[in-house]
Design a protein around this ligand. Structure first.
Ligand code: ZN
Ligand code: ZN
Length: 262
């Protein structure tokens, strides 16, 4: 039996062999449109569906990157940023968190459907690299999950998506600098100030290290920016000069997840 199996198939993990056999019988189609062919390397989303995802384009709030809810044609500062100055220099995102791409992010994040990762990473790199490559960065810090949440979910989506971004920029990803503290109280019943306090206290330094230079805080979805801002504040206390925030997707005012402050 062994003399019929070539050296390539022996060295491949069994799952890969099964997968390539399956793909002969069932060619992988795009999960979103079920029309075009899309395989593992594309994250099972076809090129056409990928192009249809709405990218974040100006105008948006010059500070936090929030797209306007109404008609705005010039640059502006949103009410949030006017009311309380964020702890980061700027926040930007690759795509608008809506429709099918938001559904894919939720399936990736909450159901562990990690095969979508190449699709999400491609969207992120296409938008983030041209902007970030212009400056020099000391490192990238993914927004930490609470350890209990991370164990339940088995991975931190911000680390998963931030790792290829850090690699593309040639910088290190640092998960050892900032810690997420005990679960904050349920936010829903709190006043705006109490919520802000809650989020600020959710993170602390995890290291005695003094840092310097410019840093990127990364999260998968940005809503108000309060969470990423709290991580940015920790990095500033540790010595960071500039902190910018990047995320894969940006919730808009029209989006439904703004209330969750994540
Ligand atoms: Zn498609
Ligand atoms: Zn803003």
């Amino acid at each position: 039996m062994s003399d019929k199996i070539g050296p390539n198939s022996v060295s491949k993990p069994l799952s890969e062999v099964v997968e390539s056999l399956l793909s002969l019988v069932f060619p992988a189609v795009c999960v979103l449109c079920s029309l075009e062919v899309a395989g593992k390397s594309e994250g099972y989303v076809c090129q056409r569906c990928s192009r249809d995802v709405r990218r974040v384009r100006p105008p948006f709030c010059g500070r936090c990157g929030l797209p306007p809810s109404g008609e705005v044609t010039t640059s502006f500062t949103c009410a949030n940023c006017r009311e309380s100055e964020p702890c980061f220099e700027s926040a930007r995102a690759a795509v608008i968190a809506e429709g099918r791409v938001l559904e894919v992010i939720h399936r990736f994040k909450y159901r562990g459907e990690v095969w979508f990762e190449p699709f999400l990473v491609q969207l992120l790199l296409e938008e983030a690299c041209p902007v970030l490559q212009g400056s020099s960065w000391s490192g990238l810090v993914p927004v930490p999950l609470h350890p209990v949440r991370e164990r339940e979910r088995e991975f931190n989506q911000a680390t998963r998506l931030g790792t290829p971004l850090a690699r593309a920029l040639g910088i290190s990803i640092r998960t050892d600098l900032v810690r997420r503290n005990e679960m904050a109280h349920v936010q829903a019943h709190l006043s705006r100030e109490a919520r802000a306090d809650n989020v600020r206290q959710a993170f602390s330094t995890a290291s005695q290290e003094r840092i310097q230079g410019n840093w990127i805080v990364f999260d998968d979805v940005l809503t108000t920016g309060a969470t990423a801002g709290a991580v940015a504040a920790v990095l500033q206390r540790m010595g960071a000069e500039r902190v910018v925030v990047w995320s894969l997707a940006r919730a808009t005012m029209a989006g439904s997840s703004l209330g969750s402050m994540t």
